[in-house]
Design a protein around this ligand. Sequence first.
Ligand code: ZN
Length: 449
Amino acid sequence: MSALWIRHPMAAWTANDQDAGNGIVVENGVITELVASGTYPSQPVDLNWDASEHVLLPGLVNTHHHFYQTLTRACPPALNKKLFPWLQTLYPIWAGLTPDALAAATELAMVELLLSGCTTVADHHYLFPNGLENAIDIQAETATRLGMRATLTRGSMSLSTDDGGLPPPRVVQDEATILEDSERLIRQYHKQDANGLLEVALAPCSPFSVTPDLMRASAELAAQHSVSLHTHLAETRDENDFCLKTFGQRPLDYLDSVGWLHNRTWLAHGIHFNDEEIARLGEAGTGICHCPSSNMVLASGICRINELKAAGTPVGLGVDGSASNDHSNLMQEIRQALLIQRLRYEADEFTHTDALSLATKGSADVLRRDDIGELAVGKRADLALFKLDELRFSGAHDPLAALMLCGASQADAVMIGGEWKVRDRQWLGGDTQALMARHREAARRLFNG
Ligand code: ZN
């Protein structure tokens, strides 16, 4: 494969502030050189690409989503509800999810993320109604076809309303089925492709949707195969109350008791932890995915990012499912993180680059990937390039800060593993209008039953 010099960016956000003022060189899907200001690539290049109107970032990494929820955005019965009643309203609608609808939702969410500069996605899929047993296979096929890096989490729910849980019986599975399919998916997809596209993690939906036995068995299976564990935890005060009532323990004590408190686990939200719990999370190296928009929409609270990071916890960023955000734009989510954290911390305690770090190196650490999330020699050539040619950027002086403060939303160009996926703000992999038409129809059918 030929060497490509992406030259003269307006700004390049590199690992450890290395000088890449004259750009980077990409070859065989990886970054092979950072070209310092006033210098040229050390080896001859075959191609060059003018980035003089672009801000160059590592591809953004999203660590929590529910792709299927793009079908129930701004859904009337669920508007303005708290988490538990919101879930109880939506589960009966989601129970009608079909393979075609999930395929459309997965592709649409991936393309929406891609256009916002995101190159790696983690999806938390835990709905397996009859006929949708192959949900993760559908997602694996879509990610592979799009050439998008994905951590597909095999979610699960085993407690229905019949057992004191929240979801209706027709969307839960028995535990033997869940574990058998989890093992099959790990063997079939986890790190099985040459380009580092697909990984698998195990992800019971939440402490209130599976039994302690399934939490333990999932942890054992994940340990056997060295894959990660993922779930929702400490999202709301109601959840703390529920865990105390049901298990006689706070959520983190419960998590610890079922063998989950270690560095192969990452947790979505992680809001309602006390100081002692934060210290334990840091010591264990358990990751947290901050989901600011979702936390604001559902009035859940504000994640204590600085205390978690100081304790040693990797903290990444996620857009969360599209029923509680309701967009899948990771660049906009960085701005949301910056703004919400300024309500908790002083302006100089949480900076625009702190917010950007969440969605890059922070998210890569949460997914335990050392090959992405930074512009540095040897990292995969996953890149997001933004132009500052809209009204909102006019008059901006610091190009990098402008992305967050003026509110960038669409990448002009996106590369994954050395291949362009977006150019001139257009997805190169298919017809966006046709995808939206298919997705809108699937959403209409799901909502109307
Ligand atoms: Zn979620």
